[in-house]
Design a binder for this molecule. Sequence first.
Ligand SMILES: CC(C)(COP(=O)(O)OP(=O)(O)OC[C@H]1O[C@@H](n2cnc3c(N)ncnc32)[C@H](O)[C@@H]1OP(=O)(O)O)[C@@H](O)C(=O)NCCC(=O)NCCS
Length: 147
Amino acid sequence: MTTIAIRRAGPADAATVHSLIRALAEHQGHADAVTVNVADLERMLARPEVAYLVAERDGRPIGYVSWLERTGFWTGDEHFALDDLFVVAAERGHGVGERLMRAAAEAANGRVIRWEVAETNVAARRFYERIGATLVSKQICRWQPTA
Ligand SMILES: CC(C)(COP(=O)(O)OP(=O)(O)OC[C@H]1O[C@@H](n2cnc3c(N)ncnc32)[C@H](O)[C@@H]1OP(=O)(O)O)[C@@H](O)C(=O)NCCC(=O)NCCS
């Protein structure tokens, strides 16, 4: 019998975190977008507002959820800005994604969790609705000022 455990990743896990992030980017067809390196991640994972939970089957990484703690100007309250949720293809459909989200919810301890999902990611949207999230459509703006 195998065991799935979820734990918080720290700087020592930077190489594992890097390969999981690359795996998600490859799944989304954006492998080139991952420019962070292991040393960058080592520094990021030491920051208190950065959180990364890794799911492991018998010590082998199979998924993750990551977020940043942020403060909203309207309320002054802290919320979790979820960054990624990912389970490797061979492990999907067995509740690992839900366990990761429940672990994030436990860490949030009553704080709101917010994130983005592509309109085209129908399966993930259904998954989020099933766990009780509200999906609101908005446009994402990106601006790379040149001067
Ligand atoms: C979304 C994701 C994290 C869910 O993880 P999971 O471990 O499969 O989730 P669970 O087993 O807890 O729940 C299964 C649900 O995930 C959804 N799902 C998405 N892709 C799936 C797949 N390839 N196989 C099975 N379920 C999938 C299904 O909607 C399913 O919900 P349903 O039972 O209502 O049909 C995972 O499918 C994944 O990593 N997808 C690719 C990355 C992604 O889209 N991340 C979200 C970006 S916002």
